[in-house]
Design a protein around this ligand. Structure first.
Ligand code: SAH
Length: 362
């Protein structure tokens, strides 16, 4: 058992079994041993690779998307460009560079980066050292000042803790983490039914609720509906709420047991985009999408951008641009290409016209 597993076991011994939400929160955000707090997980030498780390085209297209959304919102005199979980700061650096084509956007915005990890904050500070707008770091979205918001979250919502409910003859019981006879962590069920879920399913079925993601989305959608602007969410997940669970633990590009070494693996669940859309609408916002990442980036003109970059590239670089393009928009095996499994969703002020990337045509 590692140090965090021992701490969690002691907590359970004292207070009883804990929810998956609490367990994920401890694994990811524990101030000393939490996954994101203790390491830089990105890149070939890390645990996983994200779209902005694959190619500069990703962040550039999002930067241009933001300038167009800003124009559609009527070019507010002052606005905030917010990123949730900016990782190494690559997406924001590429986005701000591309946004130089829209000086009125750059002069209107201040940048807010919502990030809990001091290590990643330092990487972000380096990546944005030459950025023109003022950049501030926030521990949570609630700290972002009022005003029209242009928010981007790439592979952020999947990292927020979820809850599981299992169908039993008595109803849906929450899946908890407790201790086995030897004192090791193991999954179990809550003795009582605390939440009434009105869903019919066979015994043994699991429902996964992106509890923290829905709460955060409600908060941001409410702000956007009141103050103006839009949020762009890109993540892996599904379009329709369905039965089944998607909890996964990844370390060094391989799947591991989620209870095995808490804090040492990235713990995520797929994002339920239907549930996020419902939460956004209930909070008064308008929703565009979800559409697939492949469709979204294609509509934004990623193929043309790749061609432009290729013209000035060496043969080796050209092969890399080609490979990156395929990875970002390709359809097929989700372990190799992101085009289908990843989705894009926009949550906007009710008066915002349709932003680029969400049209019907390909
Ligand atoms: N968007 C980046 C990184 C994705 S990984 C990219 O695409 O490369 C998730 C990021 O969210 C990391 O920066 C992590 O430190 C941050 N993070 C995770 N949970 C968080 C939380 N609850 N609050 C703030 N930041 C969080």
């Amino acid at each position: 058992m590692n140090a965090l597993a021992q701490e969690i076991a002691a907590l359970i011994a004292q207070e009883g079994p804990i929810t998956l939400e609490r367990y994920m929160e401890l694994c990811l955000q524990h101030p000393r041993y939490g996954y994101y707090l203790a390491r830089d997980p990105f890149g070939a030498g890390g645990d996983f690779v994200t779209a902005p780390e694959i190619s500069q085209m990703f962040g550039e297209l999002i930067g241009l998307w933001m300038t167009e959304a800003f124009a559609l919102a009527g070019r507010p005199r002052a606005a905030r460009l917010v990123e949730l979980g900016p990782g190494r700061g690559t997406l924001m650096a590429d986005a701000l560079r591309a946004a130089r084509v829209a000086p009125e956007f750059l002069s209107a915005i201040e940048v807010d980066l919502v990030e809990t990890s001091p290590r990643l904050r330092e990487r972000q500070r380096q990546a944005l050292a030459n950025a023109a707008p003022k950049v501030s770091w926030r521990d949570s979205f609630a700290e972002v000042p009022r005003g029209p918001l242009f928010v981007v979250a790439n592979e952020f919502f999947d990292a927020l803790p979820a809850r599981h409910f299992v169908r039993t003859p008595q109803g849906w019981r929450e899946r908890l983490i407790g201790l086995d006879a030897a004192g090791a962590l193991r999954f179990g069920l809550a003795p009582e039914i605390e939440v009434a879920l009105h869903v019919e399913a066979e015994e043994g079925s699991i429902i996964e609720v992106n509890a923290a993601a829905q709460r955060l989305l409600t908060e941001i959608a409410g702000r956007v509906a009141r103050d103006g602007g839009v949020m762009l969410v890109i993540d892996y997940g599904y379009t329709e709420t369905s039965l089944g669970e998607s909890l996964q633990a990844v370390a060094k590009h391989a799947y591991v047991d989620p209870l095995e070494s808490p804090g040492e693996a990235d713990l995520t669940t797929h994002v339920d985009f239907a549930a996020l859309s419902r939460a956004a609408r209930a909070a008064g916002a308008k929703v565009f999408g979800p559409t697939t990442q492949g469709e979204f980036l294609s509509q934004l003109g990623i193929a043309r951008r790749a061609e432009t970059l290729s013209r000035r590239a060496t043969p080796q670089q050209r092969a890399e641009i080609d490979a990156a393009l395929r990875r970002l928009i390709g359809t097929g095996d989700a372990r190799e290409v992101m085009g289908e499994l990843f989705k894009a969703l926009a949550v906007a002020h009710p008066a915002l016209p349709e932003p680029p990337g969400f049209g019907r045509e390909g």
